[in-house]
Design a protein around this ligand. Structure first.
Ligand code: S3P
Length: 188
């Protein structure tokens, strides 16, 4: 992860990456409201374009097909500004997605301790990658194998384990001020 210093050509968007259950969608919606930006979710874009739920895409076409659709959705976002973009937890597993993510704006990695992640994701049985005999082991293995890619994508990392979503949101707003060199008057 590099210093969170904005390159002059990076548009004003905030991209949230992180494992399933790290809070990307909830925090993303709060951030959008707070900054008066629009909210987008790459999982939703894929579902809308495919007219299928993610679980159905995995079932009918497999993970590689889903990854192709996810990269296509990400590529289609090139040129947008003033958006908060929540991404699917595996978006960083496709190497070409990493420069695409970074070209969209400030990339924030949301993390949480594995037990907390497991607690959050086990409330929802829809996630296809966790439909295995030992989902806890799967969470631990996937988290460990993906960490280097999350770190390569992100400008800034934030652990949400013991934080409320609103506090996570405020910390990201502060970081965005530094990254985009926003004036103090935008803080309210
Ligand atoms: C995935 C995470 C999911 C979704 C798909 C695959 C992953 O998104 O993209 O089920 O590989 O970690 P969330 O992180 O929003 O659950």
């Amino acid at each position: 992860m590099t210093e969170a210093t904005q390159k002059p050509d990076v548009p004003e968007n905030i991209v949230l990456v992180g494992f399933m259950g790290s809070g990307k969608s909830t925090v993303g919606r709060l951030l959008a409201r707070r900054l008066r930006f629009r909210f987008l979710d790459t999982d939703k874009l894929v579902e809308e374009r495919a007219h299928l739920r993610i679980s159905e895409i995995f079932e009918k076409h497999g993970e590689a097909d889903f990854r192709g659709r996810e990269t296509a959705a990400l590529t289609s976002l090139c040129g947008i500004r003033q958006h908060i973009i929540a991404t699917g937890g595996g978006i960083v597993t496709v190497p070409e997605n990493i420069p695409l993510l970074r070209s969209l704006g400030l990339v924030v990695l949301l993390t949480a301790e594995p037990d907390e992640i497991y607690r959050r994701v086990s409330r929802n049985s829809e996630r296809p990658l966790l439909q295995v005999e030992d989902p806890r082991r799967r969470v631990l293995d996937l988290m460990a194998s993906r960490l280097p890619s999350y770190e390569a994508a992100a400008h800034f990392r934030l652990d949400s384990t013991r934080l409320q979503h609103v506090d996570v949101t405020e910390k990201i707003v502060e970081e965005a001020h530094r990254f985009f060199h926003w004036p103090q008057s935008m803080r309210a």
